[in-house]
Design a protein around this ligand. Structure first.
Ligand SMILES: NC(=O)c1ccc[n+]([C@@H]2O[C@H](COP(=O)([O-])OP(=O)(O)OC[C@H]3O[C@@H](n4cnc5c(N)ncnc54)[C@H](OP(=O)(O)O)[C@@H]3O)[C@@H](O)[C@H]2O)c1
Length: 277
């Protein structure tokens, strides 16, 4: 259909991306959903979604994705939902520089590259929506999540700057700031902490044991956790509203974190955050 809007959604093998790609398709969008592994293509295709391979750490796959979408749609790209990412847990002093580089390669540089490649198509039509799935950790810090927090703070900085630079162009940039959402995020983060952090030979070994017990499910359940459809609810606003907001917090902890940061003196706020997990 010539009037069907086109969106690229990344990281659709699970969680927020998988949910939003399907919901967008059901709402009438032409969805190009990306995954990293060939075995993840089929279930999306079965649901009528155009699934394409893309890995943010491999620039040639970003270019191939944009070329494929532009070729199939005649250059029409209405929206981009940058979503695919991971969290590298670990205390800042235990992080290798390489692990930090890898975190930025996926969560920041890859997103920047894809966004840059999509913008010219949006500019041609003087319209477009760029929605970044950031995190509450893009606005407030969190112990033992320094790499991820830093990557999302960087994303926030780039995205709000881009939003200002695109003002008046017909292109809009929004950030979604989820708190805890049901997905494979925690399981993937557990793999990363074991891969890159020397858990037993760290000054933080006791804290790691406590946190791992919680993340592996033997600790208390987070009653504020929402399903990925909570993210879709604000994504639709960012895509459809005449005045998309710069920031869309999702979940109670995310909203509380933003307010507390605004209200409290910095030192008190960081002391308080010391006790959250
Ligand atoms: N879940 C939460 O509590 C939460 C809270 C705040 C923000 N977020 C944000 O929400 C977004 C989606 O996460 P999720 O919760 O849905 O987690 P998820 O279930 O782990 O999904 C992450 C997706 O990102 C993909 N991905 C990872 N590395 C990639 C790379 N180098 N290139 C392209 N895709 C890559 C994964 O693909 P593979 O399957 O191939 O690994 C997967 O499809 C992320 O940006 C995350 O930071 C999540």
């Amino acid at each position: 259909m010539a009037d069907q809007r086109t969106i690229v959604v990344t990281g659709c093998s699970s969680g927020i991306g998988a949910c939003c790609a399907r919901a967008l398709e059901a709402d009438g969008w032409r969805v190009f959903a990306t995954v990293r592994k060939t075995e993840d293509l089929e279930s999306l295709k079965a649901d009528g979604i155009e699934a394409v391979l893309m890995d943010y750490t491999r620039p040639e796959t970003i270019t191939a994705l944009v070329d494929t979408v532009a070729e199939r749609t005649g250059g029409r790209i209405d929206a981009l939902f940058n979503n695919g990412a991971y969290g590298q847990p670990g205390a800042v002093e235990d992080l290798t520089t390489q692990a930090l580089r890898d975190q930025f390669e996926t969560n920041v540089f890859g997103w920047h590259e894809l966004t840059r490649q999509v913008i010219p198509y949006m500019r041609q039509r003087s319209q477009g929506r760029i929605v970044q799935c950031s995190s509450i950790l893009g606005l407030v810090p969190y112990r033992y999540r320094g790499a991820y927090t830093a990557s999302k703070f960087a994303l926030e900085g780039l995205s709000v700057t881009l939003r200002m630079e695109l003002q008046g162009s017909g292109l809009h940039v929004s950030l979604i700031e989820p708190g805890p959402i049901t997905s494979r995020f925690t399981a993937n983060a557990l793999t990363k902490i074991r891969e890159h952090i020397d858990l037993e030979n760290s000054p933080h070994a006791v804290e790691y044991r406590r946190q791992l017990a919680r993340l592996e499910g033997s600790g208390p359940v987070n009653r504020h956790k929402l399903g990925p459809e909570a993210v879709y609810a604000v994504l639709t606003h960012a895509l459809n509203s005449k005045n998309p907001k710069p920031h869309y917090p999702v979940t109670t902890p995310a909203k509380q974190g933003i307010w507390l940061k605004r209200l409290l003196p910095a030192d008190l706020f960081y002391r308080l955050m010391r006790w959250t997990d």
